[in-house]
Design a protein around this ligand. Structure first.
Ligand SMILES: [Zn+2]
Length: 319
């Protein structure tokens, strides 16, 4: 398969220093593989409630100012909902997706009855209330039947870059990140039956990403470390839908003044790409987060070309 990477920003705000790191890393990872490899851009606007009008186009301009141009026309998730419907229907037909009528309050009450305050990053682990039906409530969401799929899942398919000497424990899903190393998660216990779609509203990130990566032939996912936590869920969906699993590399995060991941709340501002000098400075800062040397070139294109062999030596050691 043709090696393919992508950058997939959500148009909830302009590119900031943190998102530029992920963009640069995914671009370098593709260019380090040679001229046959493809770098794609996908605007992740499936969660329509959080997206700002015109922001996707703005991000594309910012990337272009930095010399980060995709090899094909960008795709927009809102134009791909028919594909998500097909995937959800597949899971429904196999009994791996079911409707849930619980509000947040319902979930809290059910967890309290179970004597659990199951919270993970402030998110409730769904207690499975609607697994046996809606009990007269209207459906609010479609959920993936994590426990059901995990309990009778087929043996782990061999993945070439995974460590064959470390088999996956039955209760856990394991994968090897190209930077973070081996990662394992008990998805049933730590995440539970997660949402695939909210009622007739927006598609959940997990399902949209898995469908899009497969359909676009993405072989190598390079993205920010804040998304590493989603990987086990996405691999589970890939297996449930019979799709292949790409390799993963999660890049270091840029921290805000408070030490947390850079976000709009702690001072992430848009990168400045108004002049070629400003764009080069933004790229240079992103390169430093990735452990690359400062650019000696005076243009974005020359700086990018200079980092390609350095990236190859640092990260592309996969056989
Ligand atoms: Zn429910």
């Amino acid at each position: 398969m043709r090696e393919t990477g992508r950058f997939a920003p959500s148009p909830t705000g302009p590119l900031h220093a943190g998102s530029l790191v992920a963009a640069l890393a995914s671009w370098l990872d593709v260019r380090a593989r040679g001229p046959q490899a493809r770098w794609l851009i996908r605007i992740e606007d499936a969660d329509t409630e959080r997206c700002l009008p015109g922001m996707g186009e703005h991000i594309l301009r910012q990337l272009a100012d930095c010399g980060l141009l995709p090899d094909e026309a960008p795709v927009w998730q809102t134009q791909r909902t028919a594909r998500y419907k097909v995937a959800l229907a597949k899971l429904q037909a196999r009994g791996l997706a079911y409707p849930c009528g619980c509000s947040r309050k319902d979930i809290d009450r059910a967890l309290a009855r179970l004597g659990q305050r199951h919270e993970r990053h402030g998110e409730r682990v769904y207690p499975g209330t609607c697994r046996d039906g809606l009990h007269g409530k209207p459906a609010r969401a479609w959920r993936f039947a994590t426990e059901k799929f995990e309990s009778d899942r087929p043996p782990t398919p061999p993945v070439p870059w995974q460590d064959a000497t470390a088999p996956e424990p039955a209760s856990e899903l394991c994968w090897t990140d190209r930077r973070l190393g081996r990662q394992c998660q008990n998805v049933s216990r730590e995440v539970g039956d997660f949402v695939l779609r909210r009622a007739d509203g927006p598609w959940a990130y997990q399902l949209a990403v898995v469908v899009d990566d497969a359909e676009q032939g993405v072989t190598d996912v390079v993205r920010g470390e804040d998304l590493a936590d989603n990987t086990a869920r996405q691999i589970l969906l890939q297996r449930a839908l019979g799709l292949s699993t790409p390799s993963y590399l999660h890049t270091p995060l840029v921290r805000g003044a408070d030490g947390d991941k850079l976000s709009k709340q702690n001072g992430a501002t848009s990168i400045d790409t108004a002049t070629p000098e400003a764009a080069l400075a933004a790229l240079d800062a992103a390169a430093r987060v990735l452990g690359l040397h400062a650019a000696t070139a005076t243009s974005c294109a020359a700086a990018l070309a200079g980092w390609v062999p350095e990236w190859r030596a640092l990260y592309n050691s996969r056989p």
